[in-house]
Write a protein that binds this ligand. Structure first.
Ligand SMILES: C[S@@+](CC[C@H](N)C(=O)[O-])C[C@H]1O[C@@H](n2cnc3c(N)ncnc32)[C@H](O)[C@@H]1O
Length: 235
């Protein structure tokens, strides 16, 4: 069973995520465990202090080493320790796949101006959710944990077939456009082939439509990227 621990100075941010999501359901089904660890429980001084001014000057505060080293030491060893950071490798489906095969994953959520660089020695992976800067790592950790947990066998109702046809899975391109009832809405009709019942034709249409959609929305994806990706996202 996959064990996930999330170390955060704002563990309350995960309340909804851990009570009203597919992740919550997966925990209930016994597919994984997800727990938060309050970094402030490991603060060194009074008032739960976990930050200090950067050496050499500069704006803002940095997270200090002591609480992070103590928090990590309080947990059993993990095979993957993910530092959430905008400087990390962009998180991809292949990362979710490899995290879902781990036994124990720890997410480290930063705050303020980020981590004292020595804290990086604790991590095995440095992952970003995109080229933008958020105030903390909680939403990044939640996004990565969600993408990971839904890949655990039995986590989503539609099952393994739904996962293998998805965007970024299999060939690493986008999913074909999909339609549901009604067959005509506001003068817009569903492509006829999807109503034909001819599975071979539908499959061929979906392949072509997926390629067309990928060229339109994500021309940078050519399906070869997955083969070149390595596990870990280490520096
Ligand atoms: C304000 S950010 C620190 C940014 C840092 N000063 C920099 O320029 O790279 C605070 C924390 O939010 C999290 N964070 C912000 N943006 C992120 C992103 N795009 N992906 C993952 N984590 C992010 C990280 O944990 C980071 O330590």
């Amino acid at each position: 069973m996959l064990r996930i621990d999330i170390i955060s100075a704002q563990p309350g941010m995960f309340a909804g995520f851990l009570s009203e999501s597919i992740v919550a359901r997966a925990v209930k089904k016994g597919l994984c465990s997800v727990a938060t660890v309050n970094l402030r429980d490991f603060s060194e001084g009074a008032y739960g202090k976990i930050d200090d001014k950067p050496y050499g000057g500069g704006p803002g505060m940095l997270m200090t080493c002591g609480p992070w080293f103590a928090a990590l030491k309080s947990l059993p060893p993990a095979d993957r320790i993910v530092m959430t950071t905008p400087a990390g490798k962009p998180f991809r489906q292949t990362d979710a796949e490899s995290l879902s095969r781990a036994e124990h994953v720890i997410f480290m959520c930063g705050h303020y101006e980020g981590f004292d660089a020595r804290i990086e020695t604790l991590a095995t992976d440095f992952l970003s959710v995109g080229d933008f800067v958020m105030t903390g790592g909680e939403l990044a950790a939640a996004a990565m944990a969600d993408a990971t947990v839904r890949l655990l066998p039995g986590a989503i109702g539609a099952g393994a077939a739904a996962l293998s046809d998805e965007s970024f899975s299999g060939a690493g391109i986008l999913e074909a456009p999909q339609y549901t009832k009604p067959a005509v809405f506001g003068g817009m009709a569903v492509p006829e082939v999807l109503l034909s019942g001819d599975h071979a034709k539908i499959e061929a249409w979906r392949k072509a439509a997926a390629l067309e959609r990928t060229r339109r929305f994500r021309p940078d994806l050519d399906g070869s990227r997955r083969e070149n990706e390595t596990e870990g996202g280490g520096r």
